[in-house]
Design a protein around this ligand. Structure first.
Ligand code: FA5
Length: 328
């Protein structure tokens, strides 16, 4: 017959306090798990004490059982609390490491170049979305962007360009602004077209702004986003609010050029239309085009994200599939 001797009791207390100190000092979830196995696991240190219980005199067993259970509970609580610590810091570190927010990156870049970040409404007036951009009601260019019209004549903005107009109206020249935001088009969806997607508008109005300035900013933008050489091509593009207008395409980074559903087998993706601001647009917003001119661009932010992260179908982005979303 064994007795729950004071020595046994002391060694249990010692086991508990040492284990709690070691749990507190553990520096990784792996260390924590090793400690759990060593102390609380089957055949662990605490288990050795439990094994001795059977051999105790019945009058000793109740007291020993109480002490052992209390020690076990204290150790389990300490372990759980440390696990939570690691889960929280782990999550924070992971978010810090993996936080991908292209909009924020671009905002910081343009902010450092002296641009202001502006916001505009998603429900727009016909005037700001079209007329003030030199696209009157009977202009064929209205058909370039299939519009969701709302009761009462307003619409869901089809591009971020109306924020140019609001920026010019509110701030006047000289002006350097960007405006990231969500836009909507009533069009059929495929691997590179969504009805809801993001653009980033940019505009600079000053004296003597030239195509060279425009190209400098476009190059800086792409260099910052991709951190490597990407092949681009510039071709003439038509938008009533710029003259001359350009389309800046990027060689498709999904297939690398030979063709795929994202680039519609063409090897190039339309990414960054741009141009010098049409004098009519300046005039309509109260800016004298004899004194001021400028450039504007309308970056396809969603497509840029696809190119940067190798996303091969735009529909994944709004699809809500957690297996996809959890990769970011
Ligand atoms: C425009 O929206 C003009 N407002 C851009 C602009 C601004 C030109 C300032 C000149 C000066 P566009 O319709 O091409 O242009 O759209 C711009 C970009 O948005 C495209 O290059 C493309 O990257 C992206 N985009 C267009 N439609 C879709 C769509 N359905 N889904 C995803 N991205 C799209």
């Amino acid at each position: 017959m064994n007795y729950f001797t004071p020595m046994l009791e002391r060694s249990l207390q010692e086991l508990e306090s040492t284990a709690i100190a070691r749990l507190a000092a553990a520096r990784s979830p792996e260390e924590l798990e090793a400690l759990r196995v060593e102390v609380l696991g089957r055949k662990g240190a605490l288990d050795q004490f439990f094994k001795q219980m059977g051999k105790l005199a019945p009058e000793e067993r109740a007291r020993a059982g109480k002490l052992l259970n209390a020690a076990k509970q204290a150790l389990e609580a300490a372990l759980e609390s440390r696990k939570r610590d690691f889960a929280e810091t782990g999550l924070r570190a992971r978010l810090d490491r993996e936080w991908v927010d292209l909009t924020r990156e671009l905002e910081e870049l343009f902010f450092s170049l002296g641009f202001t970040v502006l916001d505009g409404p998603e429900v727009e007036t016909e005037y700001h979305n079209f007329d003030a951009l030199n696209i009157p009601a009977d202009h064929p260019a209205r058909d370039m962007q299939d519009t969701f019209w709302l009761d009462g004549g307003n619409l869901l903005r089809t591009h971020t360009s109306p924020v140019q107009v609001r920026g010019m109206e509110r701030l006047g020249p000289p002006l350097r602004m960007i405006a990231p935001g969500r836009v909507f088009r009533n069009e059929s969806v495929d691997a590179s077209h969504e009805h809801t997607f993001y653009q980033l508008e940019g505009m600079m109005v000053d004296r003597d702004v030239s195509v060279a300035h425009l190209l400098y900013f476009m190059k800086t933008l792409l260099g910052e986003v991709f951190h490597r050489d990407v092949t681009v091509r510039l071709r003439p593009g038509y938008f009533p609010f710029v003259e001359p207008g350009f389309e800046l395409d990027i060689q498709c980074l999904i297939c690398g050029g030979p063709g795929c559903p994202v680039c519609k087998q063409g090897g190039w993706v339309e990414l960054l239309p741009c141009g010098l601001v049409n004098p009519n647009v300046l005039r309509m917003s109260g800016i004298d085009p004899e004194e001021w001119n400028g450039f504007a661009f309308g970056l396809g932010l969603t497509r840029l994200a696809m190119m940067r992260y190798g996303i091969d179908d735009i529909r994944h982005l709004q699809g809500g599939d957690l297996r996809f979303l959890e990769q970011f």
